[in-house]
Design a protein around this ligand. Structure first.
Ligand SMILES: Nc1ncnc2c1ncn2[C@@H]1O[C@H](COP(=O)(O)OP(=O)(O)OP(=O)(O)O)[C@@H](O)[C@H]1O
Length: 790
């Protein structure tokens, strides 16, 4: 998966200051471009030729809104789709220009209204579907700031210094000028926009196209080996030379992997569904299909006044909303079973909404989005929610989720794919699990193909006892050879979604579990380097409440994280649930935090014995739903021996939207309390964590977490537990602001180290790297989970 790469002030300045390089038309890649009507060659703001571009004169705003260029060319996109006239689109039946998409992104970043966001996305996609459907797939990737499906390993691999050099070359600004711009804007896209805003070109540059920009990103990602940095920089420069107005800002934000618009995947899919209903591609015969809106229906609908949130009494609009709802369900289902925009866009253009489900079924080799659990705080709550409906309580193992896909091949080797919770392809990481799957095929001649859900857990190779998640995180991540496997694992299987050509998602859990248990018996291989296969340890509600309580106690004292509680049968209406809610399904619900899967974690109930009092010292700009706020927030302990604050973890959990809003107001950027550089009365050590803004240390927050871990990036309590590593808090959760505490009352590194020691159950003066945990990985997972919910 593409990582978040942030452009830091210091990296903006990387590379020597160069003489001005003129934007030259010769270096433009023809396949990026078309239509040379708007091009220019460098002249100064006065219109005279100049050797040096003029420094930007316009003040830099936080959220830029639309530049004049795009606003003048394109009609507004945030209007009710019923009122949006595609006839006014100036690029009809030509290749879709990137400036149109940039116009959409700029409009998105200037609004927080969900209705406006949906309108912009819908209208943008409608124009593309109608006039240049080939651009639909690249547009979906560019809108979601990805390059490929999540299971395709592809990364831009663009270091900030490449970006910085490219912007310097194209704008002619010195590194010092860029640094000043960065300090006043804090966003690389804004820096590039401002840097280019006064560059005028005399020789026309053809316009960037959506398809061309996307292809260039792929070329950047594919540049490997010696000379890759140069090749990447050259592609970025070509793009920047041709970019105009908002294109520059969004191009650079795209390259920096932080678009800063509030469009998450669910909004994009909803908009795609609406766009298909309103404007099916010319290739689809929509006449008579109930999925699409006819001209007659649209003519009947009265457009909503701008900004209106009220639903008007309008039967035709109700009909349209119903079509939207159905189309959304079709597209979202297709995506969760087959998360691939290339396939979805092609299928929509070929067969439309009506043929989508058949064209994109659950497929071995393409991961589906997994079912997720809803948190509960106690067994009482479990019984309260499920009443007397039968459930199974399973150990919640502390490992890595794995979706295992396999198909027998009569010739050549069998297909085996292992996907993570976020659908990344981890097959290379687990050759021992691949080898286990080959054993499964060898042992059972009837098994032809399957998709199963499991947790891969580190185990002791001798006695099979469970080891910690930290132990598992010690395994190498890529291209692991079977002989190099150092940490033994067991696959704890808990669900079966597909077997021998049959899709089992709609079957109740009791049946899926029974197939899993009978078709896939446990495997304990002779060799200790091969993976084991087991069923999760479980207990049934039918065994009685006392047995379930007893099982919970076992989970608490084991190395598991707690329990997963799963409904066994669908739709039972019992005395206790009939009045309260509709019966729950026990089907496999991709991408849903279903109430039929409850998770009861030890740390929800017990957690760390104590909470920590930490000081917020900085933050990063949020993404997706949180694009307008700061998230995560960097928290620090107070070191009384040095009088410094030391960052300990990033926190993004436990905050309400209202709290995020207040926080932004409390620490207004560039005011007395917030700055791009740390400049306060207390020195703050951040180790490997570099926030985008620094807060004046002035508050203390109560924070709870799952446990304390040795961290590769934290410098808190450095040397107290490990010589070379600091400590961090795993899964930090905000509880409240401590109004009664000053910075000097915050938790200390010593307190942190003591907590770590008591959690380990012994006073350890040193640890090995076996306890290392990848803090960043956990955080990005948490963020994704939040966004997909939101
Ligand atoms: N028996 C089990 N059944 C289902 N999931 C299990 C089981 N044992 C361990 N797990 C792990 O627990 C997770 C269930 O919690 P949830 O569905 O909310 O995912 P999550 O968002 O990754 O949560 P968390 O961070 O709490 O693990 C699964 O993703 C899986 O990795």
């Amino acid at each position: 998966m593409l990582g978040h790469k942030h452009f830091t002030a210091s990296s903006t300045l990387a590379g020597p200051s160069k003489p001005v390089a003129r934007a030259s038309p010769e270096i433009i890649d023809v396949d990026l471009l078309e239509d040379p009507e708007h091009g220019e060659t460098a002249v100064s703001g006065s219109g005279k030729k100049s050797n040096r571009p003029v420094a930007p004169r316009t003040p830099v705003s936080d959220e830029p809104g639309l530049s004049k260029t795009e606003a003048a060319i394109y009609p507004p996109l945030d209007v009710d789709p019923v009122a949006y006239s595609l006839d006014k689109c100036p690029w009809q039946r030509k290749s879709a220009p990137y400036s149109f998409l940039a116009h959409g992104l700029a409009t998105l970043s200037s609004t927080k209204s969900r209705i406006a966001i949906m309108n912009v996305l819908t209208n943008t996609l409608r124009a593309i579907i109608k006039f240049h459907p080939i651009s639909l797939c690249p547009a979906l990737y560019l809108l979601s700031n990805t390059l490929a499906p999540p299971y395709t390993p592809i990364e831009l691999g663009l270091g900030p210094s490449i970006m910085s050099k490219a912007i310097q070359d194209v704008s002619g600004l010195t590194s010092a000028a860029l640094r000043r711009l960065y300090n006043s804007t804090g966003d690389p896209g804004d820096v590039a926009f401002e840097a280019k805003s006064n560059v005028r070109t005399l020789v026309p540059h053809p316009s960037l196209l959506i398809v061309g920009v996307y292809d260039s990103l792929l070329k950047i990602a594919q540049s490997k080996g010696t000379g890759a940095a140069k090749a990447k920089q050259s592609i970025v420069q070509k793009l920047l030379v041709s970019a105009k107005g908002e294109e520059t800002r969004y191009l650079v934000r795209t390259l920096g992997q932080n678009l800063r618009v509030g469009a998450v995947r669910t909004s994009i899919l909803t908009a795609l569904a609406r766009a298909m209903v309103l404007t099916p591609p010319a290739s689809i015969q929509s006449a008579g299909s109930a999925s699409y809106a006819s001209d007659a229906l649209l003519a009947e609908i009265k457009p909503l006044p701008a900004g209106s949130k009220k639903k008007m009494a309008d039967t035709a609009r109700d009909d349209l909303l119903e079509k939207f709802t159905r189309a959304e369900a079709v597209i979202k289902k297709a995506y969760v079973l087959h998360p691939n925009y290339d396939h979805i866009a092609a299928a929509l253009v070929d067969v439309g909404l009506d043929g989508l489900a058949e064209r994109l079924p659950l497929t071995v080799g393409i991961p589906l989005l997994p079912t997720l659990g809803s948190p509960v705080r106690s067994l009482d709550e479990v019984y309260d929610l499920l009443g007397s409906q039968p459930f199974s309580a399973e150990f919640k193992y502390d490992g890595q989720r794995a979706q295992i896909h396999a198909a027998r091949r009569s010739q050549g080797s069998n297909i085996v794919k292992i996907f993570s919770r976020h659908l990344e392809d981890m097959t290379d990481k687990y050759p021992d699990v691949s080898s286990l799957v080959q054993d499964i095929f060898a042992n059972s001649q009837e098994t032809e193909s399957f998709i199963l859900d499991a947790e891969i857990v580190a185990i002791d190779p001798v006695d099979g006892s469970l080891k910690s998640f930290q132990e598992l995180s010690n395994r190498a991540r890529r291209d692991v050879k079977l002989d190099d496997v150092k940490v033994s694992v067991s696959v704890f299987a808990f669900d079966l979604m597909y077997l021998n050509g049959e899709i089992l998602l709609e079957r109740p859990f009791r049946l899926r579990r029974s197939l899993l248990r009978t078709v896939f018996p446990p495997v304990v291989p002779d060799s200790t380097s091969a993976a084991q296969f087991q069923h999760v340890q479980s207990c049934e509600s039918a065994d009685g409440r006392e047995a379930v309580e007893q099982f919970w106690q076992e989970a608490v004292s084991s190395r598991s994280e707690g329990l997963m509680i799963k409904l066994l049968d669908s739709g039972l209406v019992t005395e206790d649930n009939k009045s309260r809610r509709k019966p729950l399904p026990a089907t496999y619900e991709p991408d849903k935090r279903t109430a039929a899967w409850l998770k009861l974690k030890k740390d929800y109930v017990t957690g760390l014995g104590d909470s920590l009092d930490l000081v917020p010292v900085g933050a990063w700009h949020g993404n997706g739903r949180k694009a307008q706020w700061w998230s995560p927030i960097l928290l620090a302990v107070w070191d009384p021996s040095t009088g410094k604050l030391v960052a300990v973890c990033k926190c993004m959990s436990g905050f309400s939207d209202a709290f995020y809003k207040e926080l932004k107001e409390r620490y207004l950027e560039d005011s007395e309390t917030c700055s791009r550089q740390p400049q306060w009365n207390y020195e703050v050590l951040t180790g490997g964590l570099k926030p985008q803004v620094y807060f004046k240390p002035q508050e203390v927050w109560e924070i709870r977490g799952a446990d304390i871990t040795i961290s590769p990036v934290s410098v808190a309590a450095l040397g107290m537990v490990s010589e070379a590593r600091g400590l961090s808090l795993r899964f930090p959760r905000f509880i409240r602001v401590h109004d009664d505490k000053a910075v000097e009352n915050a938790s200390t590194p010593e307190f942190l180290a003591n907590m770590y020691r008591s959690q380990q159950g012994k006073d350890r003066s040193g640890v090995d790297d076996g306890d290392l945990v990848d803090v960043d990985m956990q955080e990005s997972e948490a963020e994704d989970a939040y966004d997909s919910d939101g």
